[in-house]
Design a binder for this molecule. Sequence first.
Ligand SMILES: C[S@@+](CC[C@H](N)C(=O)[O-])C[C@H]1O[C@@H](n2cnc3c(N)ncnc32)[C@H](O)[C@@H]1O
Length: 323
Amino acid sequence: MWTNTAAVLDCTQDQFFDVVHAALRGCCNFIQKVCRSKLEKVRMAMTARTCSLPVRMVSNEALLLMAPVFLILLGAAAVVIPLVVVLFVMYHKLSLGTSLLREQITRETTNVASNVFAQLEALLYLQQELKLSHALPPTRGWAASPDFLRNVCSHTLAQRPASVVECSSGISTLVLARCMQLNGQGHVHSLEHDPEFAEKTRQLLRLHGLESWATVCDAPLKPLVLPSWTGQWYSYEVLPAKLAIELMVIDGPPWFVAELARYPAIPALYERMQANSAVFLDDADRPGEKELVRRWEAEFPALQKMLVPICEKGCVALKKTGS
Ligand SMILES: C[S@@+](CC[C@H](N)C(=O)[O-])C[C@H]1O[C@@H](n2cnc3c(N)ncnc32)[C@H](O)[C@@H]1O
């Protein structure tokens, strides 16, 4: 937007010099015209009185007398006209900037309003489908957003996965556990590196009477070396050894623990993912997440993108095709 503004302002400066030039030329013409007519009047008056002095001399004297006046007028015009034009250009620039700012504010306000509406719709969906015994804790921020939770929830209720693995616990664990309960089958294993958050999620599950549908696994981050990645990831050996994964929900670890912190989820657990199993990745609009999705797709061609409604923080859904 600012590039466009600069282009418009540059163009206005060219026009500004044209206007100054034309104004000065007009002013000179005007002064010349006034002087000529004054001199003509003096000449005529002198002739009428049959002055003995030659007419040419009178006009030269008159010219000498009027010269300071012309100079003062010219000086005033030279100061006033550019000042007026500068003020005009400043006003023009300001009004242009203001209207661009107004457009930007309107656009952003509209985006915020439609996002708030989308989140409210998703919350209503969750409320209607899940009918939890207590209110859903605050979403967004560190927690998943309602639109992401709705995508995960609608997939889980429709596909009825028997086994879900989640990377990072919280409200998403509560939603998944309730889906298991509504489906009457399945279990969630949630990897959580932070013992404090693990305990909070367990309390949340107990509050909703859902503790038998989800297990929060204490999985401290520890060094992991993969062919194309090195860093810290969950101690995933805490998962049951023969777990056949039908759904993976990836919302951790937090981005700051390693570069492409969520990349290991697929390479580490790919062998345990069943045919037609799905992966939901939150925060997929972040550059790091975009890069790790590119890598997963290149390294695991059986993963195909599924079409899902867009989410405020981005949501990528993949399906493991083939046998
Ligand atoms: C993006 S959060 C996971 C949120 C979870 N999936 C949910 O829907 O609530 C990733 C990790 O950040 C940590 N975490 C959660 N809330 C936090 C907070 N308020 N401050 C710092 N870390 C937090 C937890 O260890 C969690 O596993």
